[in-house]
Design a protein around this ligand. Sequence first.
Ligand SMILES: Cc1ncc(COP(=O)(O)O)c(C=O)c1O
Length: 466
Amino acid sequence: MTIRERDDVDESEVAKRELTLEGTKLFPRAFTEMPEIVRGDGAYVYDSNGNEYFDAIAGNQCSNIGHGVSEIAEAAREQISRLEYTSSVLFVNDRSQEFAEKMARFLPDGFEHTWMVSGGSEANESAIKMAREYHRETGNPEKHVVVGRQLSYHGNTLGTLQSAGMPARREPFVPMLKGWPTAPAAYPYRCRYCGDEDECAERGAECAKRLEERIRDVGPEYVSAFIAEPIVGAANAAAVPGDDYFRIVREICDEYDVLWIADEVMSGMGRTGESFAVEHWDVAPDIITSAKGMGAGYTPIGGTMPREHVAKVFAEKEDGFSHGHTYSFNPTSSAIASAVLDYMAEHDVVENARRVGEYTRDRFEEFYEYEFVGDVRGKGLMLGVEFVGDRETKEPLEGGGPEFRQQLLEIALSNRVTVYPGGGSVDGTRGDHVLVTPPLTITETQADEMMNRLHATFEEVDSRLR
Ligand SMILES: Cc1ncc(COP(=O)(O)O)c(C=O)c1O
């Protein structure tokens, strides 16, 4: 296979759909105009004008095994023909049990059980309720506060928005939120605690220690959990903590009887080159949550996976966990997610993410040739680029912000590649970055092709900034 050059890309217009009140019966995310996608195949998606895009964000960081995998379609067809749904209040079904068995083998040691929901927000909402109920059952009925971190995102429900979250997504709802405390981000590029960037990237001890202050501010008797993404997603473009960070977090959580929830909605299911990102540091959280890659875009599914000491409390409780949804444990999603795990094992997908991830991460260093690139970071195939106006002072891009990010997106689409721009890492508002998370099944040759299209995008941004 040859690397497709920019010249080979179809020059026809990006197919767009008017999403005005009159133009659609959808209530879309925004009443605006959007590119329209009609088909996917492997690492590519196609719009209704026939343009091919390299899906460098794997849908929304979920299409981990690529688009259009026929084995998954077959598993879905087979399950829907046999049993599409059954109540999880009255019955247990064979498929959800089978999926949980496979998850137990995929999870780090000490994690055996999977609570199933329909997505990432529900997985985290379940985790914070699970932590609360765990403490209530173990003689600490006052514990209910969840400490989050700055520059994090755990979902769009009111419960998950209480613990930080992206400012733009929180802001309209602030009066409805409790405003739980946040510890500093583990953010080597701009850490204010560790002394310098290298120290934070290598150890990350001082920013980790700040968690203790937050717990003491609230009063440990009220704090039930600490929630953090091991490698941050949309809120801070693949920021990776130093090697001591989570070891110190673990010690602090143990000291104050606080459950550590590792939000692996994005970083889990092989994305970073390990099954779960916490495995990079050999430390065990109390609860892991995941979603996205679990259904790999083929079905909405998420999971909340407690370690055994947490699961045991609910096993001993007559009426179990006081939570649940209609679509929890449903056989169709379970069968699909189970087929995704089989596919991942057969094709050694996690190892591919590690190997092609290392290769791509090395190539990301090339982006320093653009003056507006301040930092490149990430692990496996969860990679990020932060933009700056001045590389020395790390001042954010002048003229950055939502409009710049929209332009970046449009330039990327015109270069036939999807990207995930975000911002606010400097002070909640200023600062721009982009997240790159292709399917975990891509080859090095495809990574090169993605790089060509990203280079073409950055070159165009660079010339427009001058
Ligand atoms: C780290 C993290 N947690 C939670 C969520 C919320 O997941 P969902 O959109 O499936 O509700 C996301 C979504 O982007 C995420 O990246």
